[in-house]
Design a protein around this ligand. Sequence first.
Ligand SMILES: *Cc1c(COP(=O)(O)O)cnc(C)c1O
Length: 368
Amino acid sequence: MKKIPFVDLRAQYLTIKGSVDAAIAEVLHETSFIGGKHVKEFEKNFAELYGVNHCISCANGTDAIYIVLKMLGVGPGDEVITTACSWISTSETISQAGAKPVFVDIEPDYFTIDPARIEEKITKKTKAIIPVHLYGQMAQMDIICDIADRHGLHVIEDCAQSHFSELNLRRAGTYGIASTFSFYPGKNLGAYGDAGCILTNDEQLALNCRMYANHGALVKHQHQMEGINSRLDGLQAAILNAKLSYILEWTEKRNMVSGWYLKSLKGVKQVALPVIRPNAMHSFHLFVIRAERREELIKYLSENGVETAIHYPVPLPFMEAYNYLCHTLEDFPVSRDYQSSILSLPIYPEISEEQVTYVCGLIKLFYS
Ligand SMILES: *Cc1c(COP(=O)(O)O)cnc(C)c1O
């Protein structure tokens, strides 16, 4: 029996072992463990690749959102609008900042926040919108930014799943006042531990975020405010630098893999395939289908060596943590309807066409 893991970080490591091992050895020799040369280099390289003025590294993608919210002055009494379908970081950071998360349902097919349902949620208390480019597909940023402009709201893009995604030739992460990235190991650009960053063209915001992430000080012992300790360590920065030169190639490969799935599963009427927006460059962090009899399919695939996952089993407003908001299933009909059928199939740059064919063969057999 074949074994196809959901992700295979070892396979990727083996393809770049030489440069990663050398990068790690360099950090150990220099003992540049926190901050230092590699962190500065990564910030410079990442900002340059995006054509953005400032990259502020931090400890993880969750902190990145929290830091931006705090430095934009979001706090108690404020509301922040975000999507019903994301990882909890997107909404828990709103609460951490002291504000109230206000959820909006997703668009059918695209899984991203539905712009047509944003305005009805805007109140006098609304301060910001956090769209998430979920699974690697961009939200409709033109419309979202237009709404935000008209109401004087900040836009913060959660790019944790959308490294180098594009829409109309413009990259995710270049629309909002700031964008936040996660380099969690399984993300498209992953460190070998926790890591994250903020991108922005706003110089003052950049300075404030940098200060806040480092105990409120830009210069050692000169604390202009109280902050937090959220730093990128040298080892992670060196590893990210080593991996950065491959990211565009890996993104292309993810698209190639998705192409194999789309071609092979086309016509299987029990499966709804991911839809790519017109003029978009999806980065396929995840390949999410909607499948009939999902639980049986998961079991069948698993018995045949194929690992799958669900992103995410419960939409945010329906989680116990948000019981206090008293939402009902009817408040988020698209999220509700997708909840029981979404299924993430294995996707990573190193997966082979043969492996994808095997997975698709099983799915077709299951439904035949
Ligand atoms: C992974 C993820 C985060 C958080 O990133 P961490 O680095 O794990 O803190 C935030 N938002 C989304 C959408 C994510 O997928």
